[in-house]
Ligand binder design. Structure first.
Ligand SMILES: NC(=O)C1=CN([C@@H]2O[C@H](COP(=O)(O)OP(=O)(O)OC[C@H]3O[C@@H](n4cnc5c(N)ncnc54)[C@H](O)[C@@H]3O)[C@@H](O)[C@H]2O)C=CC1
Length: 368
C-alpha cells in the first residue's frame, strides 16, 4: 500500500473529528448537521496546531513512514513503527481493487459497520484516489448498510443502479475529463410466443390486466425474461406459465425495439416461433383471464391484428415462415475467447449446405 502524506493526515483527522462532532444525536440517515462538510469545527484546533508543528519539522508532504521512524507522537497516538502506521492506514482507507479502466471498485464485503468510520474512510479514500490519479469509483452498498447511502451522496457519489439487495453508487474523479462510466442497463427484454399446433391453430391469451384498447383481445402470450435467462428458454417458460402448454423453441422470428416504455427504459421484444409439444391449456389465473387455440385464419382477421401495423407485420412474417419464404434466427451456443464464457449467437444458414455446420439450417424446421 502507498504511503500517505502528512498533509493528508491533517485533513483526515480534522474531517473525521468534525464529522463525529456533528453527530450529537444518534445517526439518523438522511438528516444531518449542517456541519457535516465543514472542516472548521470545534475540536480540530488542537490537531491542526499539533500537526502544523510537525509540518515545520518535516515539511509539507512528508510521509507518515518517516514520522513513524522518528517516533513522532500525534494526538496521543505514538506513531513509532511501521506496523502501527499500516494499521492506522488500514483504518483510514476503504479496501478497494483496481478496475481495468484506471478506476477502483470498493470491496463491499469489507465496509466498516460504523457510519462515522465509513464517512471518514470515504473522504480519506477520495483524497487518496485523487492523488493517485484514479478515475471512476464504484461503491456498492448492501441494503443492510443503507445508512451509508446518504453519507456517500453527500460526498458527491451518484446513484448508478439498484437491485433488491444493494444500491450501486459511482464517483468520477477527474474534473478535467468527461465521465466515461457506462450508464445503467437501458433496456428490458420481453418475449412473445407464436405457438402453432398440428391443427394450424395459434395459442392465444386474454390478459387479466390490459389497457382499454386491448381488453378482450386475443393475443400471443408475452412476458419478460429473467436475469441470466436465455431468450429461447424465457419464451418457453412464459408460454408454459401463462397457458400450461409445453413447447420447443424454434426461431426468433423478429424483434421490436421501442423507447420510453417502462420508467424511461427501452424495450426489446423478441417474437419467437415455438413448436407445441402439448395441447392442454391450464391458465395462470394471476396474469391471464383466458387462453385458447384459435385457427390461424381467425387470428389474422382480428381487428387488433389487421388494424395494427406492427401486429399485422409480425403475423405476416410468421405466415411467411410457415410457407418457408422467410427464415428466423436460431440460437447457437458458443464460447468466445473474448470473455471465455458460453453465450448464444442467434443466426440462420439459408441454404443448409454450409460446409462448416450443415445442421445449422433453420428454415426447414417443422412447426407441427
Ligand atoms: N401485452 C401486449 O399486448 C404486448 C406486449 N409486448 C411486449 O411483450 C413484452 C412483455 O410485455 P407484457 O406481457 O405486456 O408485460 P406486462 O406489462 O403485462 O407485465 C407482465 C406481468 O408482470 C406483472 N406486472 C407488470 N407490471 C406490474 C405492476 N406495475 N404491478 C403489478 N404487476 C405487474 C403482471 O402480472 C403482468 O401480467 C414486452 O417486451 C412488451 O413490449 C409487445 C406488444 C404487445
Amino acid at each position: 500500500m502507498d504511503s500517505i502524506s502528512l498533509s493528508e493526515v491533517t485533513v483526515i483527522r480534522r474531517t473525521h473529528l468534525g464529522f463525529m462532532h456533528s453527530f450529537k444525536q444518534p445517526f439518523s440517515g438522511v438528516t444531518r448537521s449542517p456541519k457535516f462538510c465543514s472542516s472548521k469545527v470545534e475540536g480540530s484546533n488542537a490537531i491542526s496546531s499539533s500537526v502544523s508543528s510537525t509540518k515545520s519539522q518535516f515539511g509539507k508532504g512528508e510521509s507518515l513512514a518517516r514520522i513513524a521512524d522518528s517516533g513522532y507522537k500525534m494526538n496521543g497516538v505514538n506513531l513509532k513503527n511501521r506496523t502501527l502506521i499500516s494499521s492506522v492506514k488500514e483504518r483510514l482507507l476503504l479496501d478497494v481493487y483496481d478496475d481495468e479502466y484506471g478506476g477502483v471498485v470498493v470491496d463491499h464485503g469489507k465496509l466498516p459497520s460504523n457510519p462515522y468510520e465509513f464517512s471518514s474512510m470515504l473522504r480519506n479514500s477520495l483524497l487518496n484516489w485523487r492523488r493517485k490519479g484514479k478515475k471512476g469509483v464504484w461503491l456498492k452498498l448492501p441494503v443492510e448498510q443503507s445508512e451509508l447511502v446518504p453519507i456517500a451522496v453527500k460526498e458527491g457519489f451518484e446513484y448508478h443502479h439498484a437491485e433488491k439487495g444493494y444500491v450501486m453508487l459511482t464517483y468520477w474523479i477527474p474534473e478535467e475529463e468527461p465521465c466515461m462510466l457506462p450508464a445503467n442497463a437501458s433496456h428490458q427484454v420481453g418475449v412473445g410466443g407464436f405457438v402453432l399446433n398440428q391443427h394450424k391453430e395459434v395459442l392465444v391469451v386474454q390478459e387479466k390486466y390490459s389497457t382499454s384498447l386491448n381488453t378482450g383481445q386475443w393475443k400471443l402470450p408475452t412476458g419478460f425474461i429473467n436475469e441470466s435467462e436465455e431468450i429461447f428458454s424465457g419464451a418457453v417458460r412464459e408460454v408454459k406459465e401463462e397457458t400450461g402448454v409445453d413447447t420447443e423453441f424454434l426461431e426468433v422470428i423478429a424483434f421490436r425495439h421501442a423507447h420510453n416504455v417502462a420508467f424511461e427504459k427501452s424495450d426489446l421484444f423478441f417474437i419467437c416461433m415455438l413448436k407445441a409439444l402439448s395441447d392442454k391449456i391450464i391458465i395462470d389465473n394471476l396474469e391471464i383471464k383466458a387462453a385458447k387455440w384459435m385457427p390461424l385464419v381467425e387470428f389474422v382477421e382480428q381487428p387488433m391484428i389487421k388494424g395494427d401495423k406492427m401486429f399485422k407485420r409480425v403475423t405476416e412474417i410468421c405466415e411467411a415462415r410457415l410457407r418457408q419464404r422467410y427464415c428466423g434466427l436460431s440460437p447457437h451456443r458458443l464460447v468466445s475467447t473474448f470473455d471465455g464464457r458460453p453465450s448464444s449467437l442467434y443466426y440462420n444458414v439459408v441454404d443448409g449446405n454450409d460446409d462448416d455446420d450443415p445442421s445449422h439450417s433453420t428454415c426447414t424446421a417443422d412447426f407441427y
